[in-house]
Design a protein around this ligand. Structure first.
Ligand code: NAI
Ligand code: 13P
Length: 311
């Protein structure tokens, strides 16, 4: 641990790949880090006691129940909640930050999202991320705690856009994996990711996010990382689907969480309800359901009605 004249107490919820990497970043900066996981020996109460930051890196499926558990415990009035989960709640379609904010209406909530493949960060490779909150001073606090010569943290004024960027790109990362699994080439991949970004912007802006946020680290940045890296679990799922495996076979061997599978389902419902066209997301959904093959999805996308690029 380095010496820090102003050390903070950082409680990390979730000892998976991302929680562990974020804990290491804070610890390297000289902060005191306590990590809680449901399998660990430390109690949740002892981990969050007096924390300046309570950072959740829990998979989406566990966020609501962990937030409820935290609510039943004494939380320091100074605690800032940070969410690093990239997903959508299947029951409510809420984003992780909304779950935390609904549970803790009087506490600041900060979203942390960017192109952050945890295995690279664990190897001390350089990376950048965005932190965003409706309370700018809370985002600035988190920026200071996590920033280092290896981890450049930018503040952003659009928490909804930052969180949606990281969440929605998982669907396109699955599609990009399918594209590579089918060996469709670089042109096809570039077209897919670009049109995928168009879909993210379309639904994201309708959701209330700012368009420019999707061209920043948490949107385009995270697309570039996860659509081109075998380290991305979402990409891995897509790649193996494109190589002919079934989802059941893939999930039996997948290391960690691929949030895009659940996000695709929630997104397809929302897009339908709001009459938003999301052709790539819809084809990813049908492939994940086993309704169509990746090859059929490709031809569905290529044979859509002709249209202008911007519409
Ligand atoms: N691994 C990565 O490179 C990055 C991951 N993320 C996001 O962070 C989140 C976590 O990802 P990973 O750490 O990679 O996943 P992981 O699968 O390695 O860890 C997930 C963690 O959530 C906990 N968890 C799951 N369900 C729970 C429940 N019901 N109650 C309590 N705890 C529960 C697990 O015990 C584990 O500690 C995901 O939303 C992911 O999209 C974001 C950026 C980078
Ligand atoms: O979000 C991530 C990197 O920014 C991690 O991607 P995966 O969840 O696809 O592994």
């Amino acid at each position: 641990m380095g010496t820090n004249p102003n050390p903070k107490l950082v409680a990390i919820l979730g000892a998976g790949a991302w929680g562990t990497a974020l804990g290491n970043l804070a610890q390297t900066n000289g902060h005191q880090v306590r990590i809680w996981s449901r399998q660990g020996s430390q109690t949740l109460a002892s981990v969050i006691e007096g924390a300046d930051i309570i950072l959740s890196a829990i998979s989406m499926k566990g966020v609501s129940s962990v937030a409820e558990q935290v609510k039943s415990l004494p939380v320091s009035p100074k605690s800032i909640f940070v969410t690093a989960t990239k997903g959508l709640d299947p029951q409510t379609t809420c984003l992780p930050s909304q779950v935390w904010q609904i549970t803790f209406p009087d506490s600041p909530v900060v979203v942390l999202s960017g192109p952050n493949l945890s295995k690279e960060i664990q190897k001390s490779l350089p990376a950048a991320t965005a932190v965003a909150s409706s309370i700018p001073s809370a985002a600035e606090f988190v920026q200071v705690v996590f920033s280092s010569h290896l981890f450049r943290v930018y503040t952003n004024p659009d928490p909804l856009g930052v969180e949606l960027g990281g969440t929605l790109k998982n669907v396109i990362a699955i599609a990009a994996g399918v594209c590579d699994g089918l060996q469709l080439g670089t042109n096809a991949k570039a077209a897919l990711v670009t049109r995928g970004l168009t879909e993210m912007v379309r639904i994201g802006v309708q959701w209330g996010a700012k368009m420019e946020t999707f061209y920043g680290l948490s949107g385009l940045g995270d697309l570039l990382a996860t659509c081109n890296s075998a380290l991305s679990r979402n990409y891995q799922v897509g790649y193996q689907l494109g190589s002919g495996k079934t989802l059941t076979e893939i999930l039996a061997n997948l290391e960690g969480t691929a949030e895009g599978i659940n996000t695709t389902q929630v997104l397809v419902q929302r897009a339908k309800q709001q009459y938003i066209s999301m052709p790539i997301t819809e084809q990813v959904y049908r492939v994940l359901q086993g309704e169509i093959t990746p090859e059929q999805a490709l031809s569905e996308l290529m044979l859509r009605d002709m249209k202008p690029e911007y519409h």
